[in-house]
Design a protein around this ligand. Structure first.
Ligand code: PEP
Ligand code: MG
Length: 580
């Protein structure tokens, strides 16, 4: 909410506001994680050889320590989280970064100063982008910098593993190396001053199922060690020194939350069906092949959106055909016969990739991105299509084109796909016959043209994240206009309804892979419109299945009819809250 105060007094109790990043209620005592000072006086060195040795030894020790943490993290949270830390070893071992640091040392800088100089350059560069994922890289480099500096300066490391039972960790930033030591039996909550829902801290907190509130302005200064706090990860609130009545209230909320989490287990292994018997597909959104493991663990029935752009990020050149083939094949093999919808490269806009040479645009969201970029960069696009088609022999793979705005784009994409399939067949490579090619409906133009697109596409998937932004002409990152950013806006709902109706009329599947697919307020509307597939983040699967199971088609129709006659988002939101 724009201008919401970061701390306010509610009947004498201090409440700090932040970003809700991991669900649940944690009640415990604050432990402030203070970084030990890593200050030093820069020196000019004359014996540059021994300084180089000192730097290399520190990097070696850092990599060994981090390697051990990777193993610890793999045991406690799984591969995905461990990979974040594994990335630190790769980053510090990067020949360019190391080479530049060593050059500075050879010119007479001390190891500390050379390391800091280069890391700060990368931190500034990564922080300057608008892309959340690239911004995360800045946190990684900061973590690496302090890790190696600590070794060079001989400063003892912070040991979170020693935190007693009932601890709420409070830190400026929870770095992946810190979280490696978290014992989930002892840590009941996490509060940080930085990071959003997609930051590493958030991903790790969710993986550990620890309630977390991030981006709490000045948390470390406002809280004191040993103080009792309530961390409300659902609402993004931290209640400081609660009264008895509040403790009782939140203890009850906590029990309800845990009870609900247990109850959701009843929906594991069940079909996804409404109370009146309509059956739906309930898929997951993934960013990496290994995420398919999580999708299955959380009982997803397939993958409705594999965002392949992650394979192209954080590197200096594009993955070649074989590397891509291995990644897509891996996801297909993990999923066995479950559907795997692979979205072709969706870059540009907020997803910048330096080596692709995309020029800075005045208006990147309206510019050269996704299918527009791919159709102009044939070689890159064809390489991806070849890799997907080769992988199609290993599972139920379907292809989805992002940010389509015209029928021509779909036609051209389909033409390239069938031409590539023919080429592969003539090379003797096995590919799936008549692979399905679908369209993401995430621009107003695509939604308005849904009647025509539905005649030529094999399926639709509605991307409400972008569809909402493009329809409302508003950037959700801009707090002055974020009040407009809601998929429940009547205009967005009209486009969703029309898209689904066109798909149903033409007998093609229609899914939703934007965040709105998991929104309990949206679900009755989607049931009524006739959506056939929901694709959500893995941890939302059971909750969505439960919500769907509570609605009959008849009741959903009644609600949808009322909603579609309403004029404002506020009215719709308020009404839906009374019926869910
Ligand atoms: C969307 O726009 O809703 C979508 C799922 O795509 P992304 O979030 O990757 O842009
Ligand atoms: Mg999108």
């Amino acid at each position: 909410m724009p201008g919401f105060p970061s701390a306010r007094l509610v009947r004498g109790i201090i409440m700090l506001k932040g970003t809700p990043a991991s669900d649940g209620i944690g009640i415990g005592r604050v432990m402030i994680i203070e970084e030990h000072s890593l200050e030093y006086t820069p020196k000019t060195v004359t014996d540059t050889d021994s300084e180089l040795e000192r730097f290399r030894a520190a990097v070696k020790e850092f990599c060994e320590n981090t390697g051990a943490q990777v193993e610890a993290l793999r045991q406690s949270t799984g591969d995905k989280e461990a990979e974040i830390l594994q990335g630190h070893i790769q980053m510090i071992s990067d020949p360019y970064l190391c080479g530049e640091i060593e050059k500075l040392i050879s010119d007479g800088r001390c190891a500390e100063s050379a390391l800091e100089h280069m890391c700060d350059m990368f931190i500034a560069m990564f922080s300057a982008t608008d892309d959340e994922l690239t911004k995360q890289r800045a946190a990684d480099v900061r973590d690496i910098k302090s890790g190696v500096l600590r070794i060079l300066l001989g400063v003892k490391e912070i040991k979170i593993s020693d935190a007693p039972k009932g601890t709420v960790l409070v830190a400026k930033e929870l770095t992946p190396s810190m979280t490696a030591g978290i014992n989930k039996d002892n840590i009941v909550g996490i509060v940080t001053e930085t990071g959003g829902r997609t930051s590493h801290s958030a991903i790790l907190a969710r993986a550990l199922e620890i309630p977390a509130v991030l981006s709490v302005d000045g948390a470390a200064a406002k809280l004191s060690s040993g103080e009792q706090v309530i961390v409300d990860g659902n609402e993004g609130e931290v209640i400081v020194s609660p009264e008895e009545a509040q403790l009782a209230h939140y203890n009850e909320k906590r029990s309800e939350f845990l009870q609900e989490r247990r109850e959701l287990e009843n929906y594991r292994g069940k079909k996804t069906a409404s109370a009146s018997g309509e059956v739906y597909e309930l898929f997951c959104n993934i960013g990496k092949p290994d995420d398919a493991v999580k999708a299955i663990e959380f009982d997803g029935e397939g993958v409705g959106l594999y965002r392949t752009e992650f394979l192209f990020m954080d590197r200096t050149s594009a993955p070649d055909e074989n590397e891509q083939f291995e990644a897509y094949k891996k996801a297909a093999l993990i999923l066995k016969d479950r559907p795997l919808i692979i979205r072709t490269l969706d870059i540009g806009g907020d997803k910048a990739i330096e080596y692709l040479g995309l020029e800075k645009e005045e208006n990147p969201f309206m510019g050269f991105r996704a299918i527009r970029f791919c159709l102009k960069n044939r070689e890159l696009f064809k390489t991806q299509i070849r890799a997907i088609l080769r992988a199609s022999a290993f599972g139920d793979i379907r292809i989805m084109l992002p940010l389509v705005t015209t029928v021509d784009e779909l036609r051209e994409g389909k033409r390239l796909i069938s031409q590539t399939a023919e080429e592969l067949k003539s090379e003797g490579v096995a590919v799936k016959e008549n692979i399905k090619v679908g369209v993401m409906i995430e621009t107003a133009s695509a939604a308005v043209m849904a009647d025509v697109l539905a005649k030529e596409a094999d399926f639709f998937s509605i991307g409400t994240n972008d569809l909402t932004g493009y329809t409302m002409a508003c950037d959700r990152g801009n707090s002055d206009v974020s009040y407009l950013y809601s998929a429940l806006q009547p205009s967005v709902l009209r486009l969703i309804k029309y898209t689904v109706e066109c798909a149903v009329r033409n007998g093609i599947d229609v899914g939703m892979c934007g965040e709105a697919a998991a929104d309990s307020r949206m679900i009755p509307l989607l049931i009524s419109f006739g959506l056939t597939e929901f694709s959500v983040s893995a941890p939302s699967v059971l909750k969505v299945r439960k919500t769907i199971s509570k609605w009959t088609k008849e009741k959903a129709d009644e609600v949808a009819e009322k909603v579609m006659s309403m004029a404002t988002e506020k009215e719709i939101d308020e009404y839906l809250k009374t019926v869910i």
